[in-house]
Design a protein around this ligand. Structure first.
Ligand code: FES
Length: 160
């Protein structure tokens, strides 16, 4: 089996990894590194369960081939508190996920973090876009969106 080596920054640490070129980031995280907070599903590709931050932007880990990781910076749910920008993980949990017990919680946290990294004050369309494809019919979509809006207001008040 042909393996290749890549150097990247993962959750704040510079590391080198060896894996088969065909492997994707999701499998490397879960199988090779034991970072199982990034979830996936059978028939991967559009369930939104496997969100991570790649160079500060949310991406589906299952869509990133291993060989594309060279010189990238990846942050998973396990490392999200290393990013100091508002909002931190506990604030997202308390304001956005307060009424939700969801298998998708980690992905929702990553989506919200990525949204606030990209937009200082995300609008309604930004919020809906960031969560599109992640929320399932059993999630409290309205409550989650309202929670993100509350975070926008909190950030706005802090900046005054
Ligand atoms: S596992 Fe579903 S989008 Fe990646």
């Amino acid at each position: 089996m042909v393996k290749t080596e890549v150097a990247l920054k993962l959750n704040g640490k510079n590391i080198k990894l060896k894996a088969p070129v065909w492997k994707n980031l999701l499998d490397v995280l879960r199988e090779d590194l034991g970072l199982v907070g990034t979830r996936g599903s059978q028939g991967a590709g559009n369930c939104g369960l496997c969100l991570v931050l790649k160079n500060g932007k949310t991406v589906d880990a299952c869509s990133i081939p291993f060989f594309e990781l060279m010189d990238t910076e990846i942050v998973t749910i396990e490392g999200i508190n290393l990013i100091k920008e508002f909002p931190d993980r506990s604030l997202i949990i308390s304001e956005v996920l307060k009424n939700t017990v969801s298998y998708r919680s980690n992905s929702i946290i990553m989506a919200v973090k990525g949204l606030f990294l990209e937009k200082t004050f995300p609008g309604d369309d930004d919020i809906k876009y960031a969560l599109s494809g992640i929320l399932s019919p059993v999630d409290d979509s309205n409550g989650i969106i309202q929670g993100v809006k509350k975070l926008v207001n909190m950030r706005s008040r802090r900046r005054r």
